[in-house]
Design a protein around this ligand. Structure first.
Ligand code: C2O
Ligand code: CU
Ligand code: CU
Length: 569
């Protein structure tokens, strides 16, 4: 807690507005391409006068580069752990095999390198990477390991959107942290009273006088932001966690819970010379959300260390915008529409699961205890659910506790069906992988488990309040099923012969407009093989025996066929 600094800081804000913002927003560098090298390292940052702050970062002192990746590309990651601690790196929101997912079962020991490789199957949107070691996620994230992943695809590329990183497109990693009297980051703290964006304190950003795009991540351990511009100016949400929306959504507020992302457009056209602020209107947060005046739904429910904190239940500035001259080829209009969003109809679900969140010690002091899912705490040796490949499931999340939990599931994106029986607001009608479940609320989502069957390595689901996650508010599921057949496959004329073969397959694509194709092994790793277009289809040659999946991408659908190679040739 830094009460004295905060008092001084607020005095400045009140007396002299402009003085609030004093540091140019840092923009993380970009890494792109087929080989990505991420070095996890310790560092130090001079945040305050006096002692520097010990930090952790990726290829630098704090945070990590933004990865800009393209759907359909194969990416080989090299994650080198130069920390003194074991950790993991998880690709939050991305659809990768369990083995490549970077959950608690794939630890990276100090001095070693983890090398997952995978094809980007995700839609254009904003994802992120962060550590996920069981019980230590908060320590590694709070000290600074986190980075943004921006996925682009052809659909996104066809839209007239700003996409010049650092010019008219910016990442905003918004976090709050607690520092002790020696300027060191306090882990598992409920007194996060310092706001930073891209690890910059009191930041300002020069933005061109045109439409500017922001990839916004709430990378905080616990705090929810109620984003808005000063004077209630309108901004436009264009993407939720895992995809673009059907059209830009005009908003004056957007709730962003830990782990959630949104892409926003702000139109600064004709505003050169003006200043604006991105704020959190936390005074409007209902109690029972971390960030409101009371973290519990009843004001008498105390969370140790939570109050006093000048950020709780008070409106505060996050980032100042100085509007400067436009760039050479500015985007000057908000597009009328974006992409087609096709939620999964509820009627397609063949499994429903109910997950009940409850406090381990009920009663008014419950906020200081652990939280459970279906009465259980995380056990790395227990698989809580077995999901069958290609099943469509409804997950019903029932929060029987007094605080909101941002629930996150790995592997898939989902569509929220309803909150207490009512369809979600428009900002939540796109693809999501985190949903904030309020006290005594029931949220249902629907999702489909495609592609990555693995009997051994589970995926996680958990609360994204990192204190709750570390304290066991997490569970795990495996996806089972040897035969990966896309539900759409029956209606397509794709045939393979001979199958099994000794390595050579003729694939008849029967009019399917195949734009790209890829072969995976059973663990979801891309396999080196040759694929030649021939008359009426593809000739696929796989050099090693085994069971594989051929995945054909067309604009309308993705078709998967299992290929068996019987012996070397
Ligand atoms: Cu962002 Cu399981 O994590
Ligand atoms: Cu995740
Ligand atoms: Cu929680």
């Amino acid at each position: 807690m830094r009460c004295i600094r905060q008092l001084f800081f607020w005095a400045l804000v009140i007396s002299a507005g402009r003085l609030f913002s004093q540091n140019a927003l840092q923009i993380p560098p970009v890494l792109s391409g087929g080989q990505i090298q991420l070095n996890l390292q310790t560092g130090s940052v001079q945040f305050f006068n006096g002692q520097p702050t010990a930090t952790m970062g990726v290829n630098g002192n704090i945070l990590g580069p933004s990865l800009i990746l393209h759907k359909g590309d194969f990416v080989q990651m090299h994650v080198q752990n130069n920390l003194d601690d074991t950790t993991t790196i998880h690709w939050h929101g991305m659809h990768v095999s369990a083995e490549n997912d970077g959950g608690p079962h794939t630890p990276i020991a100090p001095g070693t390198t983890w090398e997952p490789g995978f094809t980007i199957l995700d839609k254009a949107a904003t994802y992120w990477y962060h550590p996920h070691l069981h019980k230590h996620t908060d320590a590694h994230v709070s000290k600074g390991i986190a980075g943004m992943i921006i996925v682009r695809d052809d659909e996104e590329g066809a839209l007239n959107l700003p996409r010049t990183y650092g010019m008219d497109e910016f990442p905003l990693v918004i976090q709050t942290k607690d520092f002790d009297a020696d300027n060191q980051i306090v882990v598992h703290s409920n007194n996060d009273d310092v706001v930073m964006v891209n690890a910059t304190l009191d930041p300002y950003l020069d933005v061109p006088a045109q439409v500017v795009r922001f990839h916004v991540l709430n990378g905080s351990s616990q705090r929810t932001f109620n984003l808005g511009l000063n004077d209630n100016q309108t901004f436009y949400q264009i993407a939720s966690d895992g995809g673009l929306l059907s059209e830009p959504l005009p908003l004056t507020r957007l709730l962003l819970a830990p782990g959630e992302r949104a892409e926003l457009l702000i139109d600064f056209t004709g505003q050169e010379g003006q200043d604006h602020y991105l704020m959190s209107y936390a005074s409007e947060l209902q109690n029972g959300i971390y960030g409101a005046s009371s973290a519990g739904m009843m004001p008498m429910m105390n969370l140790d260390g939570y109050n006093p904190n000048p950020l709780n239940g008070t409106d505060f500035n996050i980032l100042q915008f100085h509007v400067v001259a436009p760039t050479a080829n500015p985007v000057t209009a908000i597009p009328a529409s974006l992409v087609q969003v096709t939620p999964i109809p509820e009627s397609q679900a063949n499994v429903t699961r109910t997950l009940t969140f409850s406090p381990a010690s009920p009663g008014p002091n419950q906020l200081n205890g652990k939280f459970l899912i279906n009465g259980q705490s995380m056990d790395l040796d227990v698989i809580n659910y077995t999901v069958h490949l290609n099943d469509t499931e409804i997950w019903e999340l029932r929060n029987m506790s007094a605080i909101s939990h941002p629930f996150h599931i790995h592997d898939v994106q989902f569509y929220i069906l309803d909150r207490n029986g009512v369809p979600p607001p428009a900002s939540e009608q796109g693809r999501k992988d985190v949903v904030l479940v309020r006290p005594m609320e029931t949220v249902r989502f629907i999702t489909r488990f495609e592609d990555f069957a693995d009997d051994a390595v589970p995926y996680m689901y958990h609360c994204h309040l990192l204190t709750h996650e570390d304290d066991g508010m997490m569970g795990q599921f495996v996806v089972k099923g040897p035969d990966a057949v896309h539900p759409d496959a029956a209606s397509t004329p794709v045939t393979v012969f001979p199958n099994p073969s000794s390595g050579d397959f003729m694939v008849r694509t029967g009019g399917l407009d195949v734009r790209s194709s890829v072969v995976f092994d059973q663990l979801g790793r891309q396999v080196a093989c040759t694929i030649h277009p021939v008359n009426g289809g593809l000739q696929v040659t796989i050099p090693r025996p085994g069971a594989y999946y051929l995945k054909l991408f067309s604009p309308a659908q993705t078709v998967i066929r299992k290929l068996i190679v019987q012996r070397p040739f």
